[in-house]
Design a protein around this ligand. Structure first.
Ligand code: MF3
Ligand code: CO
Length: 250
C-alpha cells in the first residue's frame, strides 16, 4: 500500500528532510584527507540530535551507526570506523537519514576527497545528473517505471551500469515504504505517481559491472570487480506543482 501524505504531513517531512540535508552537508564539509569515517559519523549523529531529531539508521536492523560511509568500490552501507582514514583521491559516499516528529528524511551524496581522477569525477557528475533527471520526470500521472527508465537510460548510454540488487523506496513514518523505486525499468510501467506520494530516489551507479556482493560484516555492499561506485539520493514529494525536493538544506 502506498501511503499518501497531506499538506501538514508534507510540512513535517520537509523539516525532517532539511535536518537530513544539513547533516549531510556538514558531513561533506568534513571530508578531507586524514579524517576517519567515524569522525564524520559523530558529526552527523550530534547534529541530528541537536535538532531534536533521531538518526533514522541507528539501530535500524541493528545497523550500528548514524551514517553509511562507503569509499571507492564500496557501493552503500559502509560502516563508519575510527580505522578508516580518508585519503586524497577517495570518493566518499555518505548516506544520512533523520526522523523528526515521526517522519523520515533520507539523502546521500558522493563527495571528492582532495584531488580525484577524471574517471571518478565523471562518475560523480553522471550519477548526480541521473538523479536530477529522475526528479524532473517525477510528475503526476507519470509512473515509477518512468523514473527507473530515466536513470537507466541516462547512465547506460554513457557506459555506466546500474546496481540492481538495491533500490529507492517510498518513505514517510517508515524509512522504507512502498513503492520500490528501482534504477532500471520500463517506461509506462509500475505505480502511477500522484499528489502526496513521497519517495527516495537513489541511483547507485558503477563504472564496471553492475554486480555487487556483501562483505563479511553483513552490511558493506561492494562491486564485484572492485571498480568504483557512486550514490546520490534525495527524498522528494510528488505535488500538483511538480516534484519538490524535501532533502534541501536551505
Ligand atoms: N538510504 C539507505 C536506504 O534507503 C539507508 C539505509 S541503511 C540502514 O535504505 F543502515 F539504515 F539500514
Ligand atoms: Co534510501
Amino acid at each position: 500500500m502506498i501511503v499518501l501524505k497531506n499538506k501538514k504531513e508534507l510540512g513535517i517531512m520537509r523539516e525532517a528532510g532539511k535536518i537530513s540535508a544539513r547533516a549531510l552537508k556538514l558531513a561533506g564539509e568534513a571530508v578531507e584527507p586524514g579524517v576517519s569515517t567515524k569522525q564524520i559519523d559523530d558529526i552527523v549523529r550530534k547534529y541530528i540530535i541537536s535538532q531534536g531529531a533521531k538518526p533514522s539508521f541507528l539501530g535500524y536492523n541493528n545497523y550500528p551507526a548514524s551514517a553509511c560511509i562507503s569509499l571507492n568500490s564500496e557501493v552503500i552501507h559502509g560502516i563508519p570506523s575510527s580505522s578508516r582514514i580518508l585519503k586524497s583521491g577517495d570518493i566518499v559516499s555518505i548516506d544520512v537519514g533523520a526522523e523528526f516528529n515521526n517522519y523520515h528524511g533520507d539523502n546521500a551524496w558522493t563527495f571528492a576527497c582532495g584531488d580525484i581522477s577524471k574517471e571518478n569525477q565523471d562518475l560523480l557528475n553522471i550519477t548526480r545528473e541521473s538523479l536530477y533527471q529522475a526528479i524532473k520526470i517525477s510528475q503526476i500521472n507519470n509512473r515509477i517505471g518512468d523514473i527507473s527508465h530515466t536513470v537507466e537510460q541516462y547512465v547506460e548510454s554513457r557506459g555506466y551500469s546500474v546496481v540492481r540488487d538495491f533500490v529507492g523506496h517510498g518513505i514517510g513514518t517508515h524509512l522504507h515504504e512502498e513503492p520500490s523505486v528501482p534504477n532500471y525499468g520500463k517506461p509506462g510501467h509500475g505505480a502511477r505517481l500522484c499528489a502526496g506520494m513521497t519517495i527516495a530516489i537513489e541511483p547507485m551507479i558503477n563504472i564496471g559491472t553492475h554486480e555487487v556482493k556483501i562483505l563479511d560484516d553483513d552490511w558493506t555492499v561492494v562491486t564485484r570487480d572492485n571498480k568504483n561506485s557512486a550514490h546520490f539520493e534525495h527524498t522528494i514529494a510528488i505535488t500538483e506543482n511538480g516534484p519538490v525536493i524535501l532533502t534541501d538544506p536551505s
